[in-house]
Design a protein around this ligand. Structure first.
Ligand code: CP
Ligand code: NVA
Length: 300
C-alpha cells in the first residue's frame, strides 16, 4: 500500500513526474476516481487543503466525505487502529489532518487504503508539492534555485526544505536560534541535500540568508494548536518578510506563503499584496498537484 505521509514517501523522480503531470493536466475532469470514495478526517481547521482535495476528487469523478475528528468515535475513545481497519473497508483513500505525525503513522500502519498527510504538527508534504510546482513554473533549472524560508521552524518549513533539497535546489531555513527546526528535521534535510545534490543551510540572520534569493517564503508564527506567546512574536519580528528585507534579496525575488497569512506579523501587507507575491497561484497549485497524487495513489 502506497501512502503519502512524508515527502520521502515519493522519490525525487516520482515527485518531478507528478509536477509535470499537474502542469499538463490542469483543469482535467475525468472519471479516474469513478466509483471511489475519499474520506477526509480533520482534527484542525482548513480552507485550502479541505477545498482543494474536495474539488480535486470531484473533478476526477470520485465521491468525497468530510468528517471532523470530533464527530467520529475516534474522538470518543475508539482506537486509531480500529478506525483505520473499518474505514479501509468503506473508502478507497483517506486524507488526514491531525496533530501528531505518530498518530498518522499508526493509522497508516494498519490501513489497507492509501493515507495522505493533510498536515501534522511535524509535516505538510502536500503543501511542499504545490510549492515545488510553483517554483518550477518560474524556474526551469531547479538546481540553480535559492529559496529562503524565514520564521518559525515548523511543519511547512520541514516539508519545503525536504522537497527542494530532493530536487537539488539550495534551501536556507532562517529562524531565531530558539525556534530552529527540530534536530531530526535538520538531519533529514541535510541527508536529502547530500543524497540529491541539493544544499541546505540553517541560519539565524535574515539579511545574510536572503542574499541572492530567488524566493522568500514564510508561514504563520503560531501554528494551529500552539498558544500565542508574546515572547515568540518578539523573537520572530526581525524575520518578517517586508519591503526592506525583500530589497536585500535577488532582483527578481518572488514571495511565497502557504497561507493563511497574518499581515503585519510574518509578512507585511505591502509585500503579500504586492507584485512580487505569488501566494495565490501557489495556493491554486494545491488543487492541480493533489489531483495527480490522488490518481497515483488511489487509481491502482
Ligand atoms: N496551506 C494550507 O494547508 O491551508 P489550510 O490550512 O487552509 O488547509
Ligand atoms: N504551520 C501552519 C500551517 C498552516 C497551513 C500550521 O500548522 O498551522
Amino acid at each position: 500500500m502506497r501512502h503519502f505521509l512524508k515527502m520521502t514517501d515519493l522519490s525525487p523522480g516520482e515527485i518531478l513526474t507528478l509536477i509535470d503531470a499537474a502542469k499538463a493536466n490542469k483543469g482535467e475532469c475525468s472519471s479516474a476516481l469513478a466509483g471511489k470514495s475519499l474520506g477526509m478526517i480533520f482534527a484542525k481547521p482548513s480552507t485550502r487543503t479541505r477545498v482543494s482535495f474536495t474539488v480535486g476528487a470531484y473533478e476526477l469523478g470520485g465521491h468525497i466525505m468530510f468528517i471532523s475528528e470530533k464527530e467520529m468515535q475516534l474522538g470518543h475513545g475508539e482506537t486509531i487502529e480500529d478506525t483505520a481497519r473499518v474505514l479501509s473497508r468503506y473508502l478507497s483513500g483517506v486524507v488526514i489532518r491531525t496533530y501528531r505525525q505518530d498518530d498518522l503513522e499508526r493509522f497508516a500502519s494498519v490501513a489497507e487504503i492509501p493515507v495522505i498527510n493533510g498536515l501534522t504538527d511535524e509535516r505538510h508534504p502536500c503543501q511542499g508539492l504545490a510549492d515545488l510546482m510553483t517554483v518550477s513554473q518560474l524556474k526551469e533549472d531547479l538546481t540553480r534555485v535559492k529559496i529562503v524560508y524565514l520564521g518559525d521552524g515548523n511543519n511547512v518549513a520541514t516539508s519545503l526544505a525536504s522537497v527542494m533539497t530532493m530536487v537539488g535546489a539550495h534551501v536556507v531555513v532562517c529562524t531565531p536560534s530558539e525556534l530552529t527546526l527540530p534536530d531530526w528535521a535538520i538531519l533529514e534535510i541535510r541527508q536529502l541535500a547530500a543524497a540529491n545534490g541539493g544544499k541546505a543551510e540553517f541560519l539565524t540572520d535574515p539579511s545574510e540568508a536572503v542574499k541572492e534569493a530567488d524566493f522568500l517564503y514564510t508561514d504563520v508564527w503560531f501554528s494551529m494548536g500552539q498558544q500565542r506567546v508574546p515572547e515568540k512574536s518578539r523573537q520572530l519580528e526581525p524575520f518578517q518578510i517586508n519591503a526592506d528585507l525583500l530589497a536585500q534579496a535577488g532582483p527578481d525575488c518572488r514571495v511565497m506563503h502557504c497561507l493563511p497569512a497574518h499581515r503585519g506579523e510574518e509578512i507585511s501587507a505591502e509585500v503579500i499584496d504586492g507584485p512580487r507575491s505569488i501566494v495565490f497561484p501557489q495556493a491554486e497549485n494545491r488543487l492541480h498537484v493533489q489531483k495527480e497524487l490522488l490518481k497515483k495513489l488511489m487509481n491502482r
